[in-house]
Design a protein around this ligand. Structure first.
Ligand SMILES: [Zn+2]
Length: 205
């Protein structure tokens, strides 16, 4: 039996997939992600987040650049002449700009999103080491918590011999049994900037 021969329906499916991935706009997100991250983990939220269909559809539309941002209205629909962002009035208002590039959102919405993600990581670490988990996920964690197994620091400034650009990592886990410290810094870059951000974090700790 020749195992390399595919059933007709499998062939069809594969062809269909290739077709949408090759579309200039609708395949763009997939192609960008494929280059910098694992596709399976990237789409885990579709199975695990428990979002409603309409919320999932909205997120997918944003990923496909299919929302009526001012850049789309000006450049694609031609229903507006100025593509610039309604908040900062500087860069074109693309989905990418709204989710990760607008300076008017940097100190508010982006900061809040960053902290919310870091708190989820923090809470999981506390559970893992049997430390008390803050009651509400909206609470800012204490600077230091400790038990016999570990010491966890949150947003803690370090004095270093050599001057570092960032000496305040989001979380530091000091595992007393393994005698090991792990520094965790959370970043939420736009999908296309994952690689760039990773290099930044490693190059400028
Ligand atoms: Zn803006």
């Amino acid at each position: 039996m020749n195992c390399s021969v595919k059933k007709p329906e499998e062939e069809e499916e594969e062809e269909e997939e290739t077709t949408w991935r090759d579309k200039p706009l609708h395949g763009m997100y997939y192609r960008q992600i494929e280059e910098v991250a694992g596709i399976k983990k990237t789409y885990q939220w579709l199975n695990k987040a428990g979002l409603t269909d309409s919320t999932e559809a909205l997120i997918m539309a944003a990923q496909e650049q299919a929302l009526s941002t001012r850049a789309i209205e000006a450049n694609i629909y031609h229903s507006r002449s100025d593509p610039r962002c309604r908040l900062c009035k500087e860069a074109p208002e693309s989905v990418q700009h709204v989710v990760a590039g607008c300076k008017m959102l940097a100190s508010s919405a982006y900061m809040e999103r960053h902290n919310q993600v870091a708190v989820i990581v923090y809470r999981n670490i506390c559970t893992q080491y049997g430390l008390e988990v803050p009651k509400s996920q909206w609470d800012i964690p204490p600077k230091v918590v400790e038990n016999g197994k570990a010491k966890i620091l949150w947003d803690f400034s370090f004095q270093t011999d050599k001057q570092l650009l960032a000496n305040k990592p989001d979380i530091v886990v000091m595992d007393k049994e393994q005698k090991r410290a792990v520094v965790i810094d959370v970043a939420i870059p736009a999908d296309a900037n994952i690689r760039k951000k990773k290099h930044e974090k490693i190059a400028h700790p």
